[in-house]
Write a protein that binds this ligand. Sequence first.
Ligand code: HEC
Length: 108
Amino acid sequence: MRKFIGIGVVALSLAFAGSAMASNGAGLFKSKCLACHGPDGKGTAMAPAFQGNAWIKDSSAADIATVIKKGRNGSAKMYKNFALGMPPQSLSDGDINALVDYLKTLSH
Ligand code: HEC
């Protein structure tokens, strides 16, 4: 009987870990984007801020996802004040969606 309770607890905590990872935009941001876009998306000399960013606020989730996937380099660049462009990111669609949601919350 005790053994069964133990297994149940492990299964439950795994389920929680899984759902937290699937939607952890803030965690993904810290590991993949913070170096250029700054803590809490405040921006740096390398890349624009997401806080109060009108483009993020007004664009569709699909358009934002495309920029994250394909990057923005060369003639596609929108900003002149950053030396480098936005590098394309190879992430799962679930991770990209979680990042888009997180950027949307920062932009408001
Ligand atoms: C090497 C630095 C760098 C990294 C790392 C980086 N970016 Fe960027 N990002 C940029 C730069 C530079 C731009 C501006 C490109 C331009 O001029 O249009 C940009 C632009 C963007 C834009 C468009 C913003 C706007 O105002 O038009 C989005 C969305 C974006 N990045 C998301 C991300 C996400 C999400 C990550 C992490 C997965 C990330 N970036 C990682 C440098 C970076």
